[in-house]
Design a protein around this ligand. Structure first.
Ligand code: HEM
Length: 369
């Protein structure tokens, strides 16, 4: 999967460079959708066109875009007044809007079902599944192989949970370091120290960037964490319930109360974080004065929870970290990312994976070697 990812990043950075100026939010979203779809379905099926219905009109849309746009509409559907008043109507598609959401979901499901069929036919002919994509792996797994529905659910979950979260982290990171020469210098210094091919031919650099190598990035890891702290891509958790009534800090919470964990607020707790609104990667460096709380004590272990925790912890946290540490050096190898708009540079637009409407942030790529 890592090889696939590196190959796609190299192709993408070439395209970005040709364009010169790009909307970094949109482009990193497209990049991660392409990567995740290639990991899930294989490179040859990475972003096909499928039917998508909007306001009564059917048009062709890329699978990744169709999936994420329809997901946004599915979430919007939950907030319709009639479903809030009568949640028992949830399984029924009553309005035109509901029917379109349903139609679009079926197009995606149908596409995956056909891919499963094609892969099974090829297996029957050759005796093996080609590729190490998630779909081929699941088709050979004894827990999944007899349930197409489980396989389809798994593929869609991987896409939904993995693409926008990682994309937002990369675009936010590029924005934060474009605001500060100091942090960018430190990152480039670390790349120069650890990567023999850094700043040279990108194909050679891709070979050097393996799992052992990216494990050595220390400052880049601090930047990854700080990006997740200052603007967690998942700002709030989905709803959870306690197993029994509890009193927490004087507040009684009943076992059937619905709770939502506000990750953004936790990451901006002024008792835990010095200058909580500032991007300071050194907070994660045990040698730094920013490593402790404003009172000088050790931070609470739950003050940083971008992946939530416990039984509901993110299943893709290692994949996300490895993807970030692989993609960023490739993007920065020959280019510097600069804001086009000075206002956005001083006040970066807020961006997270749960936003209905994402900001446009234009950046210019400047060749550095
Ligand atoms: C920086 C990137 C990511 C962040 C910040 C992130 C964050 C989170 C958070 C906060 C949750 C808990 C949500 C809740 O229960 O309310 C979660 C769950 C999950 N994440 Fe991620 N995620 C990231 C990347 C990924 C990737 C790349 C994948 C898969 C490849 C993934 C797969 C999942 C899955 C399957 C769950 C559901 C776990 C469960 O409830 O059993 N995530 N993630």
């Amino acid at each position: 999967m890592m090889d696939l990812m590196k190959q796609i990043v190299c192709e993408t950075i070439d395209l970005w460079a040709k364009q010169g100026t790009i909307d970094i939010v949109l482009e990193t979203s497209d990049l991660m959708m392409t990567i995740i779809l290639a990991c899930v379905f294989g490179r040859q099926n990475e972003n096909p066109l499928i039917n998508y219905k909007d306001k009564g009109e059917i048009r062709q849309m890329k699978l990744g875009q169709a999936l994420s746009t329809n997901l946004g509409r599915a979430v919007e559907r939950e907030f319709q007044a009639y479903l809030i008043l009568f949640p028992e109507l949830f399984p029924y598609s009553l309005s035109n809007f509901d029917q379109e959401v349903q139609y679009n979901a079926e197009q995606v499901i149908e596409y995956i079902r056909k891919l499963i069929q094609i892969k099974r036919i090829s297996f029957a002919q050759t005796g093996h599944y080609e590729g190490d994509d998630l779909l081929s792996v699941l088709l050979q797994d004894e827990v999944f192989q007899d349930s197409d529905q489980m396989i389809i659910d798994e593929c869609i979950t991987f896409f939904i949970a993995g693409s926008q979260t990682t994309a937002v982290t990369i675009s936010n990171f590029l924005c934060y370091i474009a605001q500060s020469q100091e942090y960018e210098k430190k990152i480039r210094w670390e790349f120069g120290k650890l990567l023999y091919n850094y700043g040279m031919d990108i194909q050679k650099l891709t070979k050097e960037l393996d799992l052992n190598k990216i494990e050595e990035f220390e400052y880049l890891k601090f930047c990854f964490y700080e990006t997740l702290r200052i603007e967690p891509p998942v700002i709030i958790s989905s709803s959870v319930k306690l197993t029994e009534d509890q009193e927490i800090s004087g507040v009684i919470i009943k076992h059937d109360d619905m709770l939502i964990v506000n990750l953004h607020q936790i990451h901006h707790n002024k008792d835990q974080w010095i200058d909580d609104d500032k991007f300071i990667p050194e907070r994660f460096d045990p040698q730094s004065k920013y490593y402790v709380t404003p009172a000088g004590t050790q931070r609470n272990q739950f003050s940083f929870v971008p992946f939530l925790g416990g039984k509901r912890v993110c299943l893709g946290k290692t994949f996300a970290e490895n993807a970030f540490k692989t993609i960023v050096p490739l993007l920065m190898n020959n280019y510097k990312f600069l804001f086009c708009d000075d206002k956005q540079k001083s006040q970066k637009p807020f961006n997270n994976a749960l936003m209905f409407k994402r900001p446009q942030v234009y950046m210019k790529l400047e060749r550095i070697n």
